[in-house]
Design a binder for this molecule. Structure first.
Ligand SMILES: Cc1cc2nc3c(=O)[nH]c(=O)nc-3n(C[C@H](O)[C@H](O)[C@H](O)COP(=O)(O)O)c2cc1C
Length: 354
């Protein structure tokens, strides 16, 4: 019944960021060390409207850092629009990186104005820009002048609870030419702790004419609808909820396209194929990063019967063949258990949110 209501409300609406249509209006968040080409290729098959790369250092791009090269290669690998996120403090260097991202097929350039990691803040980038709004606005204006694709900014409420200046900041971003803003409804000091305060997303949405994308603590389809209903935001960005769980996107997409192919119930065979392919793509992109690959396998076990025992086994695997062998055993057990994949991976009820 709840789902039927959502279908009526949301079936035909789309998020437009400049000329880019984001349908359904659900976006994979940028996550350093996670949203690489392999991860985004997998997620893009499950009905997400837009995906975001790991953050790319503008200075790193200038130095021809291999990690920047790897991030720039993502758009050619992924079948949905890709936003490349860039970070830095120098408007000119940011503009150069943005132009390269556009040349490599980015549909959108996203500017990081929220990362609280010390290494980034020390450079005057990420969340440091919350305390240096003039610089942030100069970055947006300069990047806008350098590319023809839309430019978006991902930001937070403020540096800390005593410095919540998100409303004037977002108005400034709009005036500087930003095509949309994404608001992670926490302060930089909170990092990922405490609950995201969605009321700020509604406040910002009510004041801006450009699209506002809400972010923070969306892990179920109910959360997705709850955030939209409570805040009126134009789109929803999901981070941690999608780890090991592209089925969250198919559950949301299905509500926008109930008759589409995604309406079919996925099986454990599909699960196996999805994870095997993720391993194959990952190994091609980052052949030596076994630790990072193990993390993905661990995330895939979340919500599954006997998941904690399997997590422990996956953590002990020392090479890719070992991980794949364990994966076979894990999926055989799941198949025999008769568990329903969607029930394991997609909870119906979201968390109550302010
Ligand atoms: C491992 C990890 C890496 C992240 N990397 C980035 C990043 O590169 N750029 C960025 O803007 N936010 C980054 N974030 C923040 C997420 O994009 C998102 O704002 C945050 O996780 C809250 O959303 P969620 O509750 O849906 O996870 C990262 C978060 C995590 C957990």
């Amino acid at each position: 019944m709840k789902i039927m209501e959502h279908q009526k409300t949301f079936r035909n609406d789309a998020l437009k960021i400049g000329p880019v249509t984001v349908h359904p209006p659900v976006i994979m968040a940028p996550m350093a060390g996670v949203t690489d080409g392999a991860f985004l290729t997998v997620v893009s098959r499950f009905g997400v409207g837009l995906v975001t790369s790991e953050m790319m250092s503008a200075e790193g791009f200038r130095r021809q850092d291999p990690s920047a090269e790897r991030i720039l290669a993502v758009p050619t690998r992924v079948s949905v629009p890709v936003a490349i996120q860039i970070f830095g403090a120098d408007p000119k260097v940011m503009a150069e990186a943005a132009r390269a991202a556009q040349d490599h097929g980015a549909a959108i350039i996203d500017i990081n104005a929220g990362c609280p990691v010390r290494k980034i803040v020390r450079q005057g980038a990420g969340a440091a820009l919350l305390r240096d709004p003039d610089r942030l606005l100069r970055i947006v204006e300069t990047v806008k002048g350098a590319v023809s694709v839309p430019v978006t900014v991902k930001t937070r409420l403020g540096w800390n609870h005593n410095e919540v200046r998100v409303l004037p900041l977002c108005r400034g971003l709009q005036n500087a030419g930003a095509d949309a803003v994404t608001l992670h409804a926490r302060t930089a000091q909170q990092s990922l702790s405490g609950a995201a305060d969605w009321t700020w997303i509604g406040t910002v949405k009510a004041q801006l004419s450009i699209p506002v994308i809400g972010n923070g603590d969306v892990t179920t389809p109910s959360d997705f609808h709850g955030m939209r209903q409570k805040t009126g935001c134009d789109g929803v960005m999901i981070g941690r909820g999608a780890l090991g769980n592209p089925w969250l996107f198919s559950a949301i997409a299905q509500q926008f396209d109930p008759d589409g192919v995604r309406a079919a119930q996925p099986t454990w065979d599909e699960f196996l194929w999805t994870v095997q392919d993720h391993v194959r793509l990952f190994t091609r992109e980052k052949p030596k990063a076994i630790g990072a690959l193990r993390k993905h396998l661990v995330w895939y076990t979340k919500g599954c019967p006997n998941g904690s025992a399997w997590r422990y086994r996956f953590m002990g695997a020392s090479d890719v063949p070992g991980l794949l062998q364990l994966l076979d055993g894990f999926v055989s057990e799941l198949t025999a258990s008769g568990a329903d994949l969607m029930r394991c991976k997609v909870r119906e009820n979201g968390t109550e949110h302010p």
